[in-house]
Design a protein. Structure first.
Length: 237
């Protein structure tokens, strides 16, 4: 075979190989969605899959049509990225947004956990161009910031659990007839501020924990109103 013919054959083979590689790349590359495109896949057309977005990741939730289709309890998530609503519980109007502005590190961490849930349970269907991914499918600074904040929230939560484990929580029960009650099998019930709350949630909250008699003078402990100083159980509202 002449050198020119061999060269043409080699070039043809290389071109064919390149075409195969490009096709495989296209098949592997996640689809990029626009907000307008995603909105069509909201379950109202039974001939189309149902998609939802969370933190810019798009998932096919068609197998959960009874939940994500019209009339389902999670239909408000379909055809959009409503990341904020996963923790806010606001499923109307401005609540159905992908903005996490003002949320605590704990809340952001919960949304990242929800994204993990969808990766584990449903089919990943691509990325949504916008707040979390650019037009090339690359993560934005906003997404990177969210993931850093979520990681910080997870660390603070673990630290809080570790600190709280050092002091046992009260037992508790509640009924409509009798109201609430807290009690300690060992020690005395007191309200104590939860460590790390400001960093985690932006708010201060308390929990009921059991302290020994020689610990009851520690600063920050609050006795239940109407409960004797050394009572092991207290009625609560």
């Amino acid at each position: 075979m002449a050198r020119g013919a061999r060269l043409l054959l080699v070039l043809a083979l290389l071109a064919a190989l390149l075409a195969v590689v490009l096709q495989l790349y296209r098949l592997r590359k996640p689809k990029l969605w626009t907000v307008e495109e995603l909105s069509v896949y909201n379950g109202t057309d039974e001939g189309l899959p149902i998609l939802l977005g969370i933190l810019g990741s798009v998932f096919d939730v068609t197998k959960g049509r009874s939940h994500y289709g019209p009339g389902g309890g999670y239909h408000h998530f379909s055809g959009r990225d409503a990341s904020r609503a996963f923790v806010s519980g606001n499923f109307t109007g401005d609540g159905l947004t992908d903005s996490l502005q003002g949320l605590s590190s704990s809340e952001v961490n919960s949304i990242v956990d929800w994204r993990k849930f969808y990766y584990e349970r449903y089919i990943f269907a691509g990325k949504l161009i916008g707040r979390y991914y650019d037009s090339q499918g690359n993560p934005t600074k906003y997404l990177k910031g969210v993931e850093v904040k979520a990681k910080r929230g997870a660390q603070l939560l673990e630290k809080q659990k570790s600190e709280e484990a050092k002091i046992p929580s009260c037992n508790s029960k509640w009924s409509q007839q009798e109201g609430g009650e807290v009690w300690c099998d060992s020690g005395y019930p007191r309200l104590v501020r939860r460590p790390g709350d400001i960093a985690l949630t932006g708010q201060v909250s308390q929990r009921c924990a059991c302290f020994q008699e020689d610990e009851l003078n520690k600063p920050g402990l609050v006795a239940y109103e109407g409960c004797d100083h050394l009572s092991k159980s207290c009625k609560v509202n």
